[in-house]
Design a protein around this ligand. Structure first.
Ligand code: GRF
Length: 202
């Protein structure tokens, strides 16, 4: 349903690639990976704008190097910041938002304005382990598997429609750090794959 809506929109505008904004908070490895992916000929996205709530986010250096427009909003006054962000997104004709390690919770109103057009990657096999500190909780519970999930963002945390998941086996020697590295590697494969799946006509 949501996929169809977006495809219809792309068809009606008659453009090939979806103008995409990426929201980050820190390291930005998923963002870097999406920027790399966007440059592939058959990629369904073009990264037009990056937003960070953290001016010290490592990812910003990469954004500058790639001459991609970016803005910092610290979200201390969320409603105000979101209004300004929505203006920017409208002006830039952004069609898709990819959250990539974005640690702020978007308001119900913001999500409504981009209904079905915000994606997120979460480092667990949703619906299990929503929220923060997933790897710690997974290890404490002696789980044999964890993984990552790309999903559509709705008003409830980590709860929207699942697009794709990848399972990762947990070894006895794994700790939250090793598990996080293993899963991050898979995230870098999964996010582009999910975008291709959603916009398969490309
Ligand atoms: C990833 O594990 C992502 O799933 C989670 O935060 C981490 C961000 O990593 N939401 P990076 O900033 O993309 O390197």
């Amino acid at each position: 349903m949501e996929k169809n809506k977006l495809n219809l929109m792309v068809k009606s505008i008659g453009i090939k690639k979806l103008k995409t904004a990426i929201f980050i908070s820190g390291n930005g490895s998923n963002m870097k990976n999406l920027i790399r992916f966007s440059k592939i000929k058959n990629s369904p996205i073009v990264v037009d704008f990056v937003l960070s709530n953290n001016k010290k986010a490592n990812g910003i250096t990469h954004v500058k190097k790639n001459k991609i427009n970016f803005k910092i909003f610290d979200f201390k006054q969320r409603d105000n910041d979101e209004k300004k962000i929505l203006d920017i997104l409208k002006k830039r004709k952004i069609q898709l938002i990819c959250l990539a390690g974005f640690m702020k919770i978007l308001s119900r109103n913001f999500i409504k304005k981009f209904k079905g057009k915000i994606l997120n990657i979460h480092p667990s096999l949703l619906p299990k382990y929503k929220g923060l500190n997933t790897h710690e909780r997974v290890i404490l519970n002696n789980e044999k598997f964890s993984g990552c999930t790309v999903h559509i963002v709705n008003a409830r945390l980590d709860s929207g429609k699942i697009i794709l998941q990848k399972q990762v086996r947990i070894n006895k020697k794994d700790n939250p750090e090793t598990l996080s590295k293993k899963i991050l590697k898979q995230e870098h494969i999964l996010y582009p794959k999910a975008l291709k799946k959603m916009f398969s006509k490309f």
